[in-house]
Every structure is written in structure tokens, then in C-alpha cells.
Ligand binder design. Structure first.
Ligand code: SAM
Length: 277
């Protein structure tokens, strides 16, 4: 294989240290992604005048402010996301999950919703749009605020802005474009304020203990666990289960199925699970 000579190479020891740290702290398994790490960090090392990964890691691990780790995560996380991704999920949400939850939570009119690993915001905004359309004129009687979390501060900052390009909206229907987006000119669109105010963005590492006051009715954690090994994934699914309300749902990415031995959730259809008490 031809190697790009402009990349700064890692020694075996440097690679083991950095990939081990990322896996232990954030669950992301990069132990087979040496070239990816080199590719994503070489420019940073060059810009900062570091000639080796060891020098760079000394700076990262020695920085007690957390700034260096934040920059590292911005570079090493994969943040691909788009509107209407795995659209069967949004159809199931509209046709099955919301009608069920609207009946089940009709007394409190409070739905607890979490987009875990929300990246640049398309997923939580998409959920908010489906909810807005489902409840229509009844929406104001319900609390359907969505918590959206990620470890990439760069992704969260883009998410908060809610500004997307024409290409990002390629799968969004003309009706939704008009209803839920405000054109800013030059092919850019901002998510409507009515939808933006429904989503709260926060940094959160899924490897940390969950300290939520109340369990969730809907958890979306899609295309996040593909980067985790089987043990990490199983532990995380268990934590999700313990924080799902009876009758609540977990949505994961289509390539991330969980076996019935791995979790007590009831399988509903590909990549959708329910907690049945
Ligand atoms: C490919 S994006 C998925 C975005 C969205 N859920 C979707 O399906 O379109 C994966 C996201 O998971 C986040 N992530 C990875 N490990 C995480 C962790 N330990 N805690 C929180 N977020 C994490 C990454 O920063 C990235 O933004």
C-alpha cells in the first residue's frame, strides 16, 4: 500500500497509548484505525510545531483545563449525520410510538426524549419536526423538550446554530422545507425557531454514569455504537434500559443490532426496541 509521506507516523507505543485512552474514556474503538488517527491529527501536530505524537500527547494529557482533549475529540469523532436518516424510524415514531405514548402519558402530557450522540443536530431537530407535525394544534399542551448530547463540542456548536446547506436538506420534503426552515440565502437554511427552542444541547460522554432525574420515553442512539466494541455496547444498552420508562423506546442505527441476550429490551422491528415492564 502506498503511504502518504506527509503524514506524521505514530510508533506502536504511541498508537497503543492514544487509542487505549480514547477507548477507555470515550468507548470509541480506534485500535484498527491507525492511519485515520494519523490523517486526522497530522495537521494539528504540524500547526503546533510537534514533531512526534509523544510530544502532542504530553501536551494533551498535561493540560488540566480540558481544552486539548476537547480539540482532540473534535478531530477524532466521526460526525456524519443528515435529515431523514433511516427514515423508517421517523415513520415508526409518527405512526406507532407517538400514538402509543400520547395515550400512555396523556395524564402528565410530558414526554422525556434523548438524542444521545446527536452530532450536528439533524437527528434531534428531525424528531422535533415529527413531534410538531404529530401533535399539531395540541402541541402547546405537551412538554416534549428533547435533550441532545454529544462529546464533540464542535458538533454541538454547529447543532446549536441549526444552519444547514441545500445538500443537507436533500431528503427533506418541499412542505417541510417551507414549514421548518428559514432560508438565509446562498443555499443556507436555518431550522425554524419553533423547532430550535424544542431542543437543549449539552456535552455528555455516554461512558459516564447516567444521573438523570427521570427515565426517558424515547432514546435515539443511532450510528454511535458502531464505534464501540461488543462489551462497551452491551454495558451502554443496559444503562439505556435502566433509564427507559416502562413502555419507552430505544432507536439504534440499522447496523448496530443488539441480541436478546445482550439486553432485556423487547425487539419491535429492525433497530427499534421497547421496554416492556
Ligand atoms: C455518526 S454520528 C451520529 C449522529 C446521529 N445520531 C445520526 O445517526 O445521524 C456519531 C456521534 O456520536 C458521538 N459520540 C461518539 N462517542 C461518544 C460518547 N462516548 N459519548 C457521546 N457521544 C459520542 C460522536 O461525537 C458523533 O457526533
Amino acid at each position: 500500500m502506498q503511504m502518504d509521506s506527509s503524514l506524521i507516523r505514530m510508533t506502536d507505543q504511541e498508537f497503543a497509548t492514544l487509542s487505549g485512552y480514547i477507548k477507555e474514556q470515550y468507548g470509541i474503538d480506534l485500535t484498527k484505525k491507525r492511519v485515520l488517527i494519523e490523517g486526522r491529527l497530522t495537521h494539528e501536530l504540524q500547526k503546533r510545531g510537534f514533531s512526534s505524537f509523544q510530544e502532542y500527547m504530553d501536551a494533551v494529557f498535561g493540560d488540566k483545563t480540558g481544552t486539548e482533549v476537547t480539540l482532540l475529540l473534535n478531530r477524532l469523532t466521526t460526525n456524519l449525520s443528515f435529515f431523514m436518516r433511516e427514515n423508517e424510524h421517523f415513520r415508526y415514531l409518527r405512526d406507532e410510538a407517538l400514538p402509543f405514548l400520547a395515550r400512555a402519558r396523556g395524564r402528565t402530557r410530558d414526554l422525556r426524549i434523548w438524542s444521545a450522540g446527536c452530532s450536528t443536530g439533524q437527528e434531534p431537530y428531525n424528531i422535533a419536526m415529527v413531534i410538531d407535525e404529530y401533535f399539531g394544534g395540541q402541541k402547546s399542551g405537551w412538554d416534549t423538550t428533547i435533550l441532545a448530547t454529544d462529546i464533540s463540542m464542535k458538533a454541538l456548536s454547529a447543532a446549536q446554530q441549526g444552519i444547514y446547506t441545500d445538500a443537507d436538506l436533500k431528503d427533506v420534503s418541499p412542505g417541510w422545507r417551507t414549514k421548518y426552515f428559514r432560508p438565509l440565502g446562498e443555499g443556507r437554511f436555518q431550522v425554524a425557531d419553533t423547532i430550535r427552542k424544542e431542543v437543549i444541547f449539552r456535552p455528555f460522554n455516554l461512558m459516564d454514569p447516567f444521573a438523570f432525574r427521570r427515565p426517558f420515553d424515547l432514546i435515539f442512539c443511532r450510528n454511535v455504537m458502531i464505534y464501540f466494541d461488543a462489551g462497551t455496547k452491551a454495558k451502554l444498552v443496559r444503562k439505556f434500559y435502566d433509564h427507559t420508562q416502562d413502555g419507552g423506546f430505544l432507536f439504534i442505527g440499522h447496523s448496530e443490532s443488539i441480541s436478546s441476550q445482550q439486553s432485556p429490551y423487547t425487539y419491535i422491528q429492525p433497530a427499534i426496541y421497547q421496554r416492556r415492564g
